[in-house]
Design a protein around this ligand. Structure first.
Ligand code: ATP
Length: 352
């Protein structure tokens, strides 16, 4: 069982607090991503799960075992964890086989069992035919898979991955994302993944924990945090969005500059910020929610990326590619809003 419970965990280095009251449960077999900007504390959380750091306060359980608390501390090598870091450091002088076999040799396993286990994990990461090569004869993605195989070979109950794809180019990152997910599904292993890349988090995770300045902002499945962000930070961090200052009263939000409004009967009233994702704005021929003028349009192949002035505010609209020929810069158009969020206005000067 590799259910992880993190209870009231706080971490400070000297008197600098980097994580506040972290509470979360990762279910057995779940793919959980810690997502947040640089310095928000995600690596520190991962290092505490691994046992490389001790919490200042609180408890961590892996399965039934209390691995960190004021009373107990289980060292990293006893936690049954596989890890891969950003630098993925495979040993350059060893063959792929020896790199992957290393953790088993440390455990003093017999040669026949080592061979069997290494061959089986190399097959999982599609490296069987490369077992006698050294890392310099492999691509970046293949080296990354060696690191992954080495982390998996001892059949850990839990796999911790800290930005493991950040040294790879965009195309390789794409395919490795898919492969890591496939491996996790196949082995039914619990994965805790750290990244600042929202695309990585959204595509791989069962649930994402969004962190900022050491505080959990939201825990949820990717569609949940994308469609129903808990606050402005999450809305901004997990995708593109238009933010517009507005007043929320009498069942409507009315934009401060253009005075255009939307029906809204939710709980947030007074000075608010309305968030509308660009793909939730549609050009329509009549009965739109807004009137506007197309300021610019860019054909991107799969979509048409437009800026529309609605009389004070400019909105980004991601429209269908075929709209590129239908609408031109300067055209007066109507926009339909399919979905939007309303947040209390925190008074931030810059709205992106
Ligand atoms: P990144 O994406 O840049 O790795 P992160 O979200 O993983 O960022 P952490 O590495 O967890 O962030 O660091 C959180 C904060 O804790 C940072 O301000 C960092 O400087 C600080 N920190 C981390 N380790 C230590 C340490 N050993 N001593 C003092 N401060 C530390």
């Amino acid at each position: 069982m590799s259910r992880i419970v993190i209870k009231d965990v706080k971490k400070a280095f000297d008197d600098v607090v980097v994580l506040n009251d972290f509470n979360a449960v990762f279910e057995d077999g779940e793919f959980i991503t810690l997502l947040g900007p640089s310095g928000c504390g995600k690596t520190t959380m991962l290092r505490m799960i691994a046992g490389f750091e001790k919490p200042t306060k609180g408890e961590i359980y892996i399965g039934e075992t209390e691995v960190s608390s004021s009373k107990t501390f289980v060292p990293p090598e006893k936690r049954d964890i596989g890890m891969v870091f950003q630098s993925y450091a495979v040993w350059p002088h060893m063959t792929v086989f020896d790199n992957v076999a290393y953790p088993l040799k440390m455990k003093k396993m017999d040669r026949a069992s080592i061979k069997e286990d290494v061959e089986s994990v190399l097959e999982i990461v599609h490296l069987s035919q490369y077992s006698e090569r050294v890392p310099s004869q492999l691509s970046g993605g293949q080296q990354q898979r060696v690191a992954l195989a080495r982390a998996l070979v001892a059949k850990p109950q839990l796999l911790l991955l800290d930005e493991p794809l950040s040294n790879l180019d965009a195309k390789l990152r794409d395919s490795m994302r898919f492969e890591i997910k496939e491996i996790q599904k196949k082995l039914k292993i619990t994965v805790v993944y750290v990244t600042h890349d929202q695309m990585e988090a959204m595509t791989m995770s069962d649930r994402v924990i969004v962190i900022n300045h050491g505080d959990i902002q939201q825990i949820g499945a990717p569609p949940e945090i994308y469609r129903y962000p808990a606050n402005q930070f999450v809305a901004d961090f997990v995708g593109k969005i238009n933010f517009i200052r507005a007043k929320s009263e009498n069942g409507q939000v009315t934009f401060k500059d253009s005075k255009q409004s939307l029906d809204y009967s939710g709980p947030v009233t007074g000075d608010v910020v309305v968030g509308i994702r660009p793909e939730n704005l549609r050009f329509i021929s009549r009965n739109g929610d807004f009137l506007g003028t197309i300021v610019s349009k860019f054909y991107l192949g799969d979509v048409n990326d437009c800026r529309v002035d609605i009389g004070g505010e400019q909105l980004r609209v991601i429209a269908e590619p075929k709209s590129f020929d239908t609408y031109n810069e300067g055209d007066k158009i109507q926009l339909r809003v399919d979905e939007f969020s309303v947040f209390p206005d925190s008074g931030d000067k810059d709205l992106t």
